[in-house]
Design a protein around this ligand. Structure first.
Ligand SMILES: Cc1cc2nc3c(=O)[nH]c(=O)nc-3n(C[C@H](O)[C@H](O)[C@H](O)COP(=O)(O)OP(=O)(O)OC[C@H]3O[C@@H](n4cnc5c(N)ncnc54)[C@H](O)[C@@H]3O)c2cc1C
Length: 385
């Protein structure tokens, strides 16, 4: 077993870190509460990092999943927020895996080149979060395409995207044998829309540009359907493993940020005449969080390796996301405690990253649902959801 990191990944890390150095804490603080980090996303796009997973024939760099995940890890470890752009990496996979040759040729090179932004992924609805098959947004087949009516919620980055991947019901739930049937995936052009598509921002505890999207008779041409009508749930599901690995890598990066900042502070800050890091009460939570991050990181690389080898990776990808998000949250709390009152001061960036990393226990999938998945599919226990 070889745990050494290939030189290619070390090069990626160094280059991403150099780019992120132009976007220090002051930049992110200046955006709060909700200005979009347009310059940062543009810089990543210009350097080709968001096209990492797009094959070279379509103008991307055709990296493997593990190497691509190192990009997002370094973004987070540098104190930046990958939430503003990570979706392009995994949403694009829907076109790559299920799009027709014409759709790939029409969109992938323009996404890779930065001409089109594909950052929005509309699945969740007010009454359908963890239970995706309960979605009600309806795409009715009509002469000349589809007409969409319904509502999505938590559609992040829709205001900063040209294209959106949409999951909608093409056959009503009452008319299908299984609720996982009758769902379809569409690529929606968000530019030049009228009142049939309304986007409303939702204020949250983080700068995430998340929104509600209302569809009122939105007409879609037939070529906006991706893959096979009625098979959308499975199409979305098979992109999830890559997404889980990428999110795990972000959490590992966040965790490294917290540990780096907190250990430095623990060495400098003197209380009762000695560095606070000399106290076990300060040192042990950081050591413990570091171990949790390292362990989660092993699962992340195992999941990436399985995925890249074409092996089933569902269990490991889910476990990596769970372990990494729990570890980064552990590190966030240890870092906040280490900084004492200063942990709450915006200028230290701990409280901002604390809020940002908390999201990953909840989204894109709640950690409860991962435990339910592992209980049922890995341990063979009764279905709980
Ligand atoms: C900032 C932000 C950005 C997001 N961005 C996007 C996006 O871009 N696109 C998108 O489609 N969605 C997005 N989401 C939505 C996210 O994926 C959902 O919030 C998440 O899947 C959970 O769904 P829910 O909020 O409806 O919670 P619910 O499904 O209502 O669950 C509420 C709680 O009950 C628990 N629970 C429910 N059933 C069970 C069970 N059987 N066993 C154990 N526990 C259970 C859940 O784990 C959770 O703790 C985003 C969410 C946030 C907060």
């Amino acid at each position: 077993m070889d745990f050494s990191e290939p030189g290619e990944i070390a090069d990626i890390r160094a280059a991403v870190r150099a780019l992120c150095a132009d976007f220090p804490g002051e930049y992110w603080r200046g955006l709060e509460p909700d200005r979009h980090p347009t310059e940062f996303v543009q810089a990543l796009t210009d350097h080709g990092w968001l096209a990492a997973l797009i094959p070279e024939e379509f103008g991307g760099s055709g990296l493997e999943l593990g190497a691509a995940s190192a990009i997002l890890e370094e973004v987070c470890a540098s104190g930046c927020n990958a939430g503003a752009c990570h979706a392009q990496m995994y949403t694009m996979g829907t076109i790559l895996r299920h799009g027709s040759a014409a759709q790939k040729a029409a969109y992938l090179p323009r996404i890779a080149g930065g001409e089109l932004r594909l950052q929005a992924f509309a699945v969740t609805e007010p009454d359908a979060g963890s239970d995706t098959t309960a979605i009600k947004t309806r795409a009715r087949k009509v002469d000349g395409g589809y007409v969409v009516d319904g509502q999505k919620i938590w559609t992040s980055r829709a205001e900063h995207s040209d294209l959106m991947v949409l999951l909608a019901r093409t056959t009503p739930a009452e008319e299908v044998e299984k609720r996982t049937d009758g769902l379809s995936v569409f690529l929606v052009d968000l530019r030049d829309r009228g009142s049939e598509l309304t986007i409303k921002p939702i204020k949250t505890m983080i700068n995430h540009a998340t929104t509600e999207v209302f569809f009122d008779g939105l007409e879609l041409p037939p070529e906006s359907l991706i893959g096979t009508e009625g098979q959308g749930f499975r199409q979305i599901l098979d992109g999830m493993n890559a997404e889980r690995v990428l999110i795990a890598a972000e959490c590992i990066g966040d965790g490294r940020f917290f540990i780096d900042r907190a250990t430095a502070y623990a060495g400098e800050r003197e209380v009762f005449g000695r560095p606070i890091g000399a106290n076990q009460g300060v040192q042990f939570p950081l050591a413990s969080a570091h171990m949790a991050i390292e362990a989660a990181n092993l699962m992340r690389w195992k999941a990436a390796w399985l995925y890249e080898s074409g092996e089933p990776a569902g269990a490991e990808a889910n476990m990596a996301k769970f372990l990494a998000s729990e570890a980064s949250w552990q590190a966030a709390n240890a870092a906040l405690d280490t900084h004492g009152g200063f942990g709450f001061a915006a200028e230290y960036d701990i409280e901002r990253k604390f809020r940002e990393t908390r999201l990953y226990k909840t989204a894109p999938i709640n950690n409860n649902l991962i435990q339910a998945f592992v209980g049922q599919h890995v341990l063979g226990m009764p279905r709980s959801y």
